[in-house]
Structures are given as structure tokens and as C-alpha cells.
Write a protein that binds this ligand. Structure first.
Ligand code: ZN
Length: 99
């Protein structure tokens, strides 16, 4: 038996609501960095709690203080398509930036 996750308060297995959602991480590492990762959105069918799991190891777009035309273009396209960009605070020792 294999389940991706269980909602503890409800005791229900999570269901995948959407594959390949965008997750943005902003952190300070000398200059300010922004990175976009792909992940999967999971939801509890009872209470609606949401989790993003399966976040890619490498970002599909990134930029630093100098900027990135590609990063800005991708953000504009996501917004134009009505795609939500989820925010994540890093927990890997990088200094998070409070958004
Ligand atoms: Zn639940």
C-alpha cells in the first residue's frame, strides 16, 4: 500500500489536485535571488487543506539582482494564463526574505 500523504485531522488520503504548479522562492545569498520550481498540488478531499509535494530539485527559472529577461517573461506568462504562483520560504539554510 502506498499513499502520498494523509491529512492528520481528517485521516483521509490526499488527492492530487494539479500537477506542475509553480512555486517561487525568494532568498538572500549575497544578492537577492528568485527561483521558480515545479511541484504538485495535493488536497484533502474533506477539509481542503493543500500541500505542495514533489518539488523539483532544480528551478525552471531564476534571477538575481541583475535580473533575468527569461524569468520575467515566464512570470508574465503564468499571470496571463491565470496560473497561481505559490510562495515558499526556504528551509535549507538560505536566508529567507519575508514577503
Ligand atoms: Zn483534511
Amino acid at each position: 500500500m502506498s499513499h502520498v500523504g494523509v491529512c492528520v485531522p481528517c485521516g483521509r488520503a490526499l488527492v492530487c489536485a494539479k500537477n506542475e504548479v509553480s512555486v517561487e522562492v525568494t532568498y538572500w545569498s549575497g544578492p537577492l535571488y528568485n527561483e521558480l520550481f515545479s511541484g504538485d498540488l495535493w488536497r484533502c478531499p474533506d477539509c481542503g487543506r493543500e500541500l505542495i509535494l514533489g518539488i523539483a530539485r532544480q528551478p525552471f527559472a531564476s534571477k538575481n539582482v541583475v535580473g533575468s529577461i527569461e524569468y520575467d517573461r515566464i512570470k508574465r506568462e503564468l499571470k496571463a494564463a491565470g496560473e497561481r504562483v505559490y510562495l515558499m520560504r526556504p528551509s535549507n539554510g538560505r536566508t529567507p526574505v519575508r514577503l
